[in-house]
Design a protein around this ligand. Structure first.
Ligand SMILES: CCOC(=O)Cn1cc(-c2ncnc(N)c2C#N)cn1
Length: 309
């Protein structure tokens, strides 16, 4: 395919597992059965230490990022267990991915990126400025970058092929894709997950501006899959710096973005070329932000379990 999206480091080979699919920063495997064939009832979801910025997967991993975000997602699954069942089976995973992989039930996934937004920014802001709506929903006048919505909005999108941007989906298109009942359930759950996420996160100094969740279906019930309320699936903003009217600083990616846009990087974003490698101090400060978000949210000290990889 054209475009400068780098292939990124190949997914590691895992004994006893078949590689199924790689996203920008995560890899999916199927466990092999005794006959060496991929099982069809389980998957291994592995979070790498890769970080993406400005739509590029950077070539310098952030130490412990995969483990911190896996542990954060597992914690959120627990916090949300009263609201929605999830796909988690176990964290008994190979040493090579210890701490940053989860064994999950393989589900029939909804063909919808279930996005909810509590604040106006990014693609939603562009749409609002163009025609006063977000995903077909009419909004009050006078909103600006970073404005908080009275209630989280359901703004679903398609699952675009690798390397392309997701396209907004109207609610009617979601109903056509999954039926009115599952569409209503998905909208209700996605907005409640973000509302609950902000109740918990804002009490700990973090705004979750928006989030993307994925659901599978099991016995006509929606099951929360993928990762949930992490800085990779959501926009995390430091609550004490929130000020509508301009782009908000990212809780976790601000150091990476600032350095890449600074003269020090020698990178010209407009060139379309892949960004340069990040210096160690930017990697370390970014790692510290992921650890800080985890410790603030969970109240637990982050202790790496993963073997030195
Ligand atoms: C590389 C990472 O890609 C993804 O996580 C997106 N994705 C999720 C599935 C999935 N498919 C069946 N059952 C599941 N429980 C899941 C999950 N999670 C497929 N792609």
């Amino acid at each position: 395919p054209s475009g400068a999206v780098p292939a990124g480091p190949a997914a590691p080979v895992l004994d006893g597992y078949a590689h199924v699919y790689s996203g920008k920063v995560r890899d999916l495997y199927a466990p092999l059965d005794d006959a060496g064939a991929p099982r069809d009832d389980l998957l291994l979801l592995v979070a790498s230490d890769r970080i993406s910025a400005f739509d590029f997967v950077l070539d310098t991993p952030v130490p412990d990022k995969g483990e911190v975000l896996t542990r954060m997602s597992l914690w959120w699954f627990e916090q949300l267990a009263d609201l929605v069942p999830n796909h988690v089976v176990s964290t008994d995973v190979p040493d090579a991915v210890r701490g940053r992989a989860v064994l999950v039930r393989r589900l029939e996934m909804l063909p919808v990126e279930c996005v909810a937004r509590a604040y106006l920014t990014g693609g939603g802001l562009r749409e609002y400025r163009a025609d006063g709506t977000v995903s077909g929903l009419t909004l009050p006048e006078g909103l600006t970058d970073g404005s908080r919505f009275p209630e989280p909005l359901f703004t679903p999108s398609t699952k675009a092929p690798e390397g392309q941007h997701d396209e907004p989906m109207s609610y009617a298109e979601v109903e056509a894709a999954v039926g009115p009942s599952l569409a209503a359930r998905a909208r209700d759950l996605t907005t409640r997950i973000l509302a609950r996420g902000n109740e918990i996160a804002q009490a700990r100094g973090i705004i979750v501006a928006d989030t993307k969740v994925e659901f599978g279906v099991e016995a006509d019930e929606l099951v929360l899959a993928d990762e949930v309320l992490t800085p990779d699936s959501s926009r995390f903003w430091p609550a004490d710096q929130w000020e509508p009217g301009h782009p908000q600083p990212s809780f976790d990616k601000e150091f990476v973005r600032e350095w890449l846009l600074s003269r020090a990087s020698g990178w010209d974003k407009a060139s379309g070329e892949a960004p340069p490698s990040l210096p160690d101090d930017v990697l370390e400060r970014t790692r510290a932000k992921y650890v800080e978000a985890y410790e603030r949210l969970t109240g637990e000290t982050f202790r790496p379990r993963g073997a030195d990889r």
